[in-house]
Design a protein. Structure first.
Length: 345
């Protein structure tokens, strides 16, 4: 079964073709991605209307590229999947509209996919795919959650952020320090040049006794520390502040993840979402796993950000596992706000 997947929830347009296999996880035949970072950089963040218009321009050329790279044709597509939510309403409508129109023209069924489920399952496309059950740390731009995953569609929320997500903490702190958009990768690059113990920044909810997160207070602490440095901090001071900020975020993520594994009685952790590409987070998790005899799985670096491969994969795994049934129904809706524990609602 060949599944063509479309992702358009925010500022990346992704298309991919995934094929199911009887003896293992689905196979990624081809994928293509266009990032809108350069377009939104001038505004310091995503402009929803511009994002939607750019998805319209990019989605069909990307589809043609994916089919060509896979040596496939539209006639060979069995199911068309798309991101139904969560995300920007206008952006979601572009992907859903194109997917459903294409499926109607081909007479193929469609399946709407939860964006976070795509992230959660994306490590199954890696060279080291996980096995169920596991604990998942979902760390994307707007979400930070710990989930127990017993199978496709079998998710139990263990903890989540009560305010800013880790990705937002990276981006907002980067903006306070004077770095460009997107802030997270820029802060990580600057942090590599600084001392991570230079400034005593807080680790919110680190000892709360639960598995929830909070990063809004850290952002405030970064702002306060930056003001203390004056109007013209030296390059070394900015690097130290970036390193100290990253250290605070990473320590919370690592310790909460280890606590979640202990609480769930599991030995396997999956890390997914854009923040999962952070090199320092991976280093500390890998070191902690080595000391404790745990396993940690990640998506390939090229699949950490939003992409069509994770949407096609999630659809393929849902269909293959009998968790969902694709429909020959071409009226569609999108869900800009859609909690993962309501995925079948």
């Amino acid at each position: 079964m060949n599944v063509l997947g479309f992702e358009s929830s925010c500022d990346e347009t992704g298309v991919a073709l995934v094929a199911t296999r009887p003896d293992g996880p689905p196979l990624l035949r081809a994928h293509a991605l266009h990032s809108q970072v350069q377009m939104h950089e001038a505004y310091g963040g995503v402009v929803p209307e511009l994002a939607s218009r750019d998805h319209i321009r990019r989605v069909l050329p990307l589809t043609r590229r994916v089919l060509a790279d896979a040596g496939a044709t539209l006639a060979g597509v069995d199911v068309v999947a798309f991101t139904r939510g969560p995300g920007l309403a206008g952006a979601l409508l572009v992907g859903a509209g194109v997917a459903c129109a294409l499926a109607a023209a081909l007479g193929r069924p469609t399946l709407g996919i939860h964006h976070l489920e795509g992230h959660l399952l994306s490590p199954f496309l890696s060279a080291d795919p996980p096995e169920f059950p596991f604990v998942a740390l979902l760390v994307s731009g707007g979400h930070t959650q710990l989930m127990r995953v017993d199978g496709v569609g079998r998710y139990t929320l263990l903890g989540e952020t009560i305010d800013d997500a880790a990705g937002e903490a990276f981006d907002k702190s980067a903006k306070l320090i004077g770095l460009g958009y997107p802030g997270g990768p820029a802060l990580a690059r600057l942090a590599a040049l600084g001392r991570d113990d230079a400034y005593p920044l807080p680790r919110p909810l680190l000892h709360s006794g639960d598995l929830d997160f909070s990063f809004a207070g850290l952002k405030t602490a970064v702002m306060t520390q930056h003001r203390k440095l004056g109007a013209s901090p030296t390059p070394a001071q900015r690097a130290d502040l970036a390193a100290s900020t990253q250290a605070a975020i990473v320590e919370v993520l690592v310790k909460k993840s280890l606590a979640a594994l202990k609480a769930a009685g599991l030995q396997r952790l999956v890390v997914s979402g854009g923040v999962g590409a952070n090199a320092e987070l991976r280093r500390q998790l890998n070191e902690a796993a080595r000391r404790r005899g745990l396993r940690v799985h990640y998506p390939e670096l090229t699949l950490c950000t939003d992409n069509g491969a994770m949407i096609a994969l999630a659809a393929a795994m849902r269909l293959q596992g009998g968790v969902a049934v694709a429909q020959h129904a071409y009226a569609f809706d999108v869900r800009p706000r859609w909690p993962l524990d309501q995925i079948d609602g």
